[in-house]
Design a protein around this ligand. Structure first.
Ligand code: FAD
Length: 292
């Protein structure tokens, strides 16, 4: 269960997402960037799990080091793919013993080279089952789940995907963090549809500030996010792609704030430069959250 101060105070709840670096040098750099990011007073920091072949213990090590060094609440992402229920229990028990505050409960993608998710013997199939496990056996964690303003790629349509999202919330998720997106209309439509289905937990936009054209094309081909043509054109017609990316991110966040959001989750990709620029332009974001 998340503390009542998250997503309910008059300040926008801010979270940053990291991933486990592959090398020791990468890890040392990561802590340097986190130290810089701490100046903007995030409310918690998360670290991905298993994505891109990273090991599971690495996630716990990174997130626990961040908690210890910077004295900040942390969330471990946890995917159920490839694990039995008992292995998930073991991970959660270790995470609890090591002081992890929250879990981002996920299914995960099929292993590389395969298009279809396969359930592990003795494991689960959908993220709502992992949320049920958390709720019944580990209910002092705050639980976040993933939401898709442009629909999850395997779902036949938005309605089905939203019904499935509701299962995760009904099972006990405290908040929804969205897949990255660049068109705010999709986010607001998604949030309205959540609300009309009785999904009443915070829907928190997940944003990835993009600072060059190659990056945005890669990302969009990986997760299918729609790219505004104006933005792609602007990136293609400038000598300063970094600045164009920052301008776009600031405009996107300002419009989200005007539309009322309770929190903001930034995919910082283990770097601080873009986030620092955004925070400076937005006076640290430390401004009142607006109710929906
Ligand atoms: P689910 O909620 O289980 O949904 C998967 C699909 O099944 C959807 O199409 C859904 O509509 C359908 N579905 C769901 N429940 C049911 C049901 N009960 N019956 C029938 N159909 C159902 N990946 C990683 O590997 N590591 C990470 O750390 C990671 N972090 C992420 C963080 C965020 C905020 C987001 C948005 C995504 C993250 N991902 C991560 C990616 C995620 O694992 C993939 O998008 C994955 O394909 C789906 O995970 P899910 O938890 O949304 O799955």
């Amino acid at each position: 269960m998340i503390p009542s101060t998250l997503y309910q105070s008059d300040k926008l709840t801010l979270s940053f997402e990291l991933f486990p670096p592959k090398t020791e040098k990468g890890e040392a750099n990561l802590y340097r960037h986190v130290e810089t990011l701490m100046e903007y007073q995030p409310d918690f920091i998360t670290c991905t799990y298993g994505a891109g072949g990273s090991t599971q213990t690495k996630t716990l090590d990174i997130i626990c080091n961040v908690k210890e060094r910077f004295d900040i609440p942390v969330a471990s992402h946890l995917t159920l793919v490839g694990s039995t229920a008992d292995q998930l229990r073991e991970y959660l028990a270790t995470a609890k013993a090591r002081g992890v505050d929250h879990i981002v409960a996920l299914r995960g993608d099929p292993p590389e080279g395969s298009n279809e998710f396969e359930q592990t013997d003795g494991g689960y199939r959908y993220a709502n089952e992992l949320v049920e496990l958390l709720h019944s056996e580990f209910n002092d964690f705050g639980v976040f789940v993933a939401g898709y303003p442009e629909k999850h790629r395997e779902a036949p349509n938005m309605e089905t995907d939203l019904d499935n999202l509701k299962r995760k919330v009904d099972a006990g998720a405290d908040a929804i963090i969205t897949q990255l997106f660049y068109c705010n209309d999709d986010f607001f439509r998604f949030r309205d549809e959540c609300s009309s289905r009785g999904i009443n937990v915070p829907v928190v936009p997940g944003l990835l500030p993009v600072t060059d054209l190659g990056q945005i094309q890669r990302i969009s081909s990986l997760c299918g996010a729609k790219l505004p043509k104006d933005f792609v054109d602007a990136l293609g017609n400038t000598d300063d792609q970094f600045q164009v990316g920052i301008d776009q991110a600031v405009a996107q966040i300002e419009a989200l704030k005007s539309g009322g959001i309770e929190g903001l989750h930034l995919y910082v990709l283990n770097k601080s430069k873009a986030t620092v620029e955004i925070m400076k332009r937005m006076d640290g974001l430390n401004c009142p959250a607006q109710a929906q």
